[in-house]
Design a protein around this ligand. Sequence first.
Ligand code: ADP
Length: 569
Amino acid sequence: MSQVAGSSTPSAPYAPGGVARIIVVDDEQYMCDVCTRTLRRSGYEVFATTDASTALDALRRDHSFDLLLTDIRMPTISGLELAHQARAIDPSIAIIIMTGHASMENLLQAVKRGAVEFLCKPFELEQLRLAVEQSLHHRRLLQDSLRLRNIERLLSSSEAINASLDRAELTRIVLQTAQEHTGSRVGFLLLSDGHRAVDVYASEEGAMLLPEGRALAEQVSTSGHPALLTHTGPLCTSADEPIHRGLATPLRAHGDVLGVLLLCDDRPELLRSGVQESVTLLANQAGIALRNAALYGEIHTSNQRLQELDRLKGEFISIASHELRTPLSIVLGYTMMVRDQVQNEQHEYLQRVLDNAQRIKDIVDDMVNLRHLETGEMTLNLHEQQLQALVSQAVERMLPAARRKRQHLIAQLPQGPVTFLVDHEKYLLVLGHLISNAIKFTAEGETIEIRGDLWRWNAETAASSSDIIFIEPTKSHVPQRIWRDEWVIIQVCDTGIGIPEREQTRIFERFYQVADSLTRENGGTGLGLAIVHELVALQNGVVWVTSSEAAGSIFSVALPYRAPRDEAD
Ligand code: ADP
């Protein structure tokens, strides 16, 4: 603890636990000298005076005395009165009363005023040494128990401090707790930007922090060390009364100083032993809570900003898709018409225009679909369908793209028809995205296989009871959800570039693309799998991928099997 006084420069450190300091008071100079010599020889630091008022001033001014050794009878102030005052300043100070008249009355008074030891004059020097030793030991015990009690009280307030994430509420709780602990008259919390206090909170309405108090507190914030502030001019006013003393403690969080807790009081309460320690504990706690509140505030603001961005994004997608869709269908329609009327090169050029216009349309459709999924506008339209027919339709739609890469699309389906209830368009959309990706990420001339079946996991044989032997028959790859009940499963298997394991969950996120030049060459928006994921979830299904780099990928979609008769239910 530093002491920032008048000149505002830190002075000697407050050092409890260092060499014990003893104040000796006896109106006989001879006694002062003997005690001083004896105690100094034992290693203590001693201040001796024959005047009780001087002793009282020293106790008030310099609050680091551990023991008061006082004569009982002195001309201005009695030893008992001095003991009483010393206790008010520091409740744990050790006190030894020396007297030549050890009456019962004196003894009783001495005990009442908090004296621990009594020395009857004349006494042996060894007796003096022993009494001092015992008293100091007793003081240490008392200090420890006061410290524990303070920490206990502090801990009970920490719950309230940590529970609040509102800065203003937090400062109120911290100031109130600090005042309860120290009994100080008024408190201020100065929150700084590192050097200057930018916000000042007071514990009571009428309290005013004066420029001197603010400047000294800012010095403490810069130095990062607690300090006792004593100033010739007032630091602050409370109910228009000036206060000249204060205890300033920096609020720390993870090594940074966030501000200063300044407690002001002209009475010696602030200087009691243990007070500074508990205020430091409180300030540390407050620092961390304030940092948390600030972080929470930042997250809250960012969240609000994100929500606003999301709203704007949604609005943009709706407007853009509406505005793009109409001219696009006109472009597509007319180009198709003209293409069919021309031949050779011209036909080929117009086909390219059409392919690219179709690509734009697919992107717009993706954006609209995702938006509808996001807003919950997409609903299921279930109808009885045959798995075989659905797969054929999907394959047919993707044949032109596969042919351009000289790839083969083959379907492996059960012999007998698998009929189930499904949203036809959404199922084709899912299959379309998966087959399109397989084509995109697989080399020319390769084969892409689409397998489908009604799947029932057989717990006894630990294998699927479906006709088709799936490429991944081991249970470990299959999500747990489909280990029971019946599912319609589709797998799109390619021998393409594959997906690194760490990316396999991320590819289902919006706009996520595996950062790879190969992938980039293939174009795309990164929305396809996000749409697949949402569409499958909408139908209560599961989608997963099994893949290894350079070996290929298997995308599997499982939808709960809805038997046709369910339609009537
Ligand atoms: P896009 O295909 O438009 O980039 P998707 O959401 O459909 O977006 O796919 C996201 C990413 O997942 C792709 O960019 C690619 O990196 C990876 N990916 C998807 N399917 C395959 C596949 N069959 N083989 C290899 N990588 C794939």
